[in-house]
Design a protein around this ligand. Structure first.
Ligand SMILES: *Cc1c(COP(=O)(O)O)cnc(C)c1O
Length: 368
């Protein structure tokens, strides 16, 4: 009996991408086996973190890497590392930041909410976030003006489809921070196929999620400068205690990295593109529906299928269609962030062909 049946849990079809309230992702079997093996063993956790660091360096070319409980934890601990370095006294004193640079500058449009506000993940370390520019626009000069307001511990940038407005040029922002000796952290939680690109901006630390597209157990991957990564690890003797990675999470991350290293990215990208095109064509004739395949706005190498709903012909508005899909059996969850503008969006990356059949049949039933 599957755990879903045993505990009376709802089986769902998740076309929203790596969405935390729906269990984020589905891991391949080798990852599950690695997790099970770790759960049955004692390990030296320091050695396991060292192995994760080596694997992350191999995968990304970065100097160093480590694993935290999740990316939200990684944000808090990266900020803590920027404030304290490896000094045991200040690490033990956090979230009291007396005597430390404690201002964290971020573009106002990068204040994302991924379940809570990123501002809270920053504040949890004791730091004080300072927003640069406005939600509509932030220029490099706005960031420099914010640096001048206090003692800045780091610049935080977010690479995500959730950011708003015209953000500053990333490499230019990094250069401006470095001119003042300020380290830069990029939260690229759902951008794990762009780690190289994010590191190439000169950023000191890049944070990506293990459980999103890498499909490992829940884990935050912290990648970049050796001294800062070491300081992130040192937080485990402080506020990082409650944010530590488990042995099973690290084992799953190591297995997921090996699977990623074996992936032919060009072939993967072509497959995704083909699947999206085929699925879009399949839905194209439905009453009131026009389809388009649209690339990830933040630059991950895949498309999503957008359904533009013409309410008269469909006899349902886009928000009504999203709600109807969700209230069927099994519930089908789609992205509804553009529903007010007449579109529902489907992400197919983690879906099987059987899931796509169910979605296509449900749409045909609801719309005809
Ligand atoms: C998902 C996400 C997070 C949070 O990641 P967790 O690993 O769930 O803590 C942070 N920032 C962005 C941009 C995200 O998309």
């Amino acid at each position: 009996m599957s755990p879903l049946q045993r505990y009376g849990l709802t089986e769902v079809i998740n076309a929203r991408g790596p969405f935390t309230p729906l269990g984020v992702s589905r891991s391949a079997e080798p990852i599950g086996r690695a997790v099970a093996a770790a759960l049955g063993s004692y390990v030296v956790m320091e050695e396991m973190q060292d192995a994760a660091g080596r694997a992350l360096s191999r995968l990304t070319g970065a100097e160093a890497g480590t694993v935290t409980h999740c990316v939200a934890a990684g944000i808090t601990l990266a900020v803590a590392a920027a404030m304290t370095g490896g000094m045991p006294g200040p690490i033990a004193a956090l979230p009291d930041t007396a005597g430390l640079p404690n201002q964290v500058v971020l573009p106002a449009g990068h204040v994302v909410n991924y379940g809570h506000s990123i501002l809270q993940a920053i504040r949890l370390s004791g730091a004080v976030p300072v927003q640069a520019g406005t939600a509509e626009e932030c220029r490099v000069e706005d960031i420099e003006a914010a640096f001048a307001l206090g003692e800045t511990a780091c610049l935080m940038l977010v690479s995500s489809r959730l950011t708003k407005g015209a953000g500053p040029d990333v490499a230019a922002s990094v250069a401006a921070a470095h001119r003042q000796g300020i380290p830069v952290i990029i939260d690229g939680a759902a951008q794990d196929m762009r780690i190289g690109e994010m590191l190439a901006t000169g950023a000191d630390l890049v944070l990506v999620s293990g459980q999103k597209y890498l499909a490992s157990p829940t884990a935050g991957l912290v990648i970049g400068r050796r001294d800062l990564v070491r300081s992130v690890r040192a937080q485990e003797k402080g506020i990082g205690r409650g944010m530590k990675a488990s042995k099973e999470a690290i084992a799953g991350v190591l297995a997921a990295i090996e699977l990623r290293e074996g992936l032919d990215l060009d072939e993967w990208r072509e497959n995704q593109s083909e699947r999206n095109a085929v699925f879009a064509r399949r839905l194209d004739g439905l009453p009131g529906v026009t389809t388009a395949t649209v690339p990830d706005p933040a630059g991950m190498p895949f498309d999503r299928v957008h359904l533009r709903i013409e309410e008269q012909a469909a006899r349902l508005s886009a928000p009504q269609l999203a709600a109807a899909l969700r209230s069927g059996a099994p519930p089908i969850h789609v992205m509804d962030h553009l529903a007010d503008q007449g579109e529902v969006v489907l992400e197919l990356v983690q879906l099987g062909e059987d899931d796509l059949d169910v979605i296509a049949e449900r749409l045909a039933t609801l719309l005809s």
